[in-house]
Write a protein that binds this ligand. Sequence first.
Ligand code: SF4
Length: 523
Amino acid sequence: MTLTGPPQKPLFRERLERRGTFAVAVELVTSRGVVTTQSSRATVEMAQQLALDPRIDVISITDNPGGNAMLAPDTLGTDLVSRGQEVIIHLACKDWNRNALESRGWKLASEGFHNVLALSGDYARQGHRGAPAPVFDIDSVGLLKLFSEMNQGLPDQRRPENRLDPTDFFLGCVVTNHKLFEREVVPQYLKLAKKARAGARFVINQIGYNARKDDELLRYIRYAKLRLSALANVYLLSRPAARAFHAGRIPGVVVSDELLEIAERYGAGKDKGRSYFVDLAAKQAAVARGLGFQGVYLGGHTTAETFFEILQRAEGYAREWQAVAKDIRFGRPGEFYMFERDAETGLSSDELGRSYLETKRRGQTDLAVPASYRLSRQMHRWLFDPEAPLFGAGRALYERIEAGPPALGRAAHVAEQAAKVSIFHCRDCGDCSLPDIAYVCPESMCAKNQRNGPCGGTRDGLCEVYDTECIWSQAYERLKAYGESDGMLEGPVVVKDNALNRTSAWANTFLERDHNTRHDLPS
Ligand code: SF4
């Protein structure tokens, strides 16, 4: 007698790469409490039901979503992997520093998890006896870089000439293009390109109900020649979910006034709108396939049966997907698109937006460009840029300062801080990213210290945490005024060196100790 294990589903990466196939992912949100609690048992049962169905290619398990402490995704994932089910583990930077993330990587790889979704993560607002300290030591791009380098075999710290065994992660990321303003949408695309360069091989878009924006994402991926497979996010709405999204309670997720009104109307019906919402999700899935997404990413507080029903109904819409795409037009008035609308389909075209190109050509911005930025640019051009005419003089000065008595170094540091605290609200991190972000400080002005582009949480340009304009929206507008917005995120992946904390950033720049002049972080 031959003993056989459970049937192994095809590898997720192979499903995505096989031409003409359409992968199906389902997102599971773990509960609070141990795995034997009632709510966790229900999630486990649903996961097992999904795993048994051949239509479900991969189950994607969240990591403390909404910033709340939940059961770790690998606890649920271990059982699924043992059943031959492909799993995506979400890994967010909000709760772990780079060493903890690396350690998590070893653990995941050792336990048979290979598909990892790299996220910066929602800002945590509640925890045991108060709000937890946000970590954000690295961001999603830094995490992709770390895991990509683990795939190549990291140098052994004790014997750097040796390399550790390489891992085999298949890395994914998220993009949030259902945004209102150009200063949000374009940086999201630029960051997506940076994520692809850092090693992401698949992308899931954020929840949205606008087929033209979904279409635009695929066109951007082709336009920028990104090596990425894309999964369309299809979240099963309900009236409470529509209200929460409309009120902005989930960072980065938007439901328009029009869609909320529809959700209220159907939600007041006998079935609480179930039939309408399931149908809407089925149409979204059919449109995603028609548009050319490599898969669909189903989510929502519902049962496995309902996910199967969505898939079944979607098949019924497959032939008429272009017609039903007209039912998924819940953009907002004045919403920015990078590409022109296709007059025939009402979806996206491949032509870059004419007014977008025109405002770029004219350097026309929506936010004022402050005089301090214009001055800082000049300072950078003349002094701080490694190619600047006065860079050598700056280096010579700091060499002398460091060779002199410690009091001299302290005085220079105080002078530097006097200038930078008053202008940039500097936090003295010592590894300055001002030139990377058009002279907006990521330490004092960004709740998540994002150094490689915006997180997905902005709402109409504003930070998800502070009531201020996102630093990356500001940077985009500043750079656009000089015709430099396209190159905003083209540089190497930025990873802050915490060893430089409370040391002179100017000294670190001139003496080539900071990330700007270190050459060990290729893009
Ligand atoms: S040194 Fe660090 S804290 Fe200070 S302005 Fe630069 S990035 Fe911000």
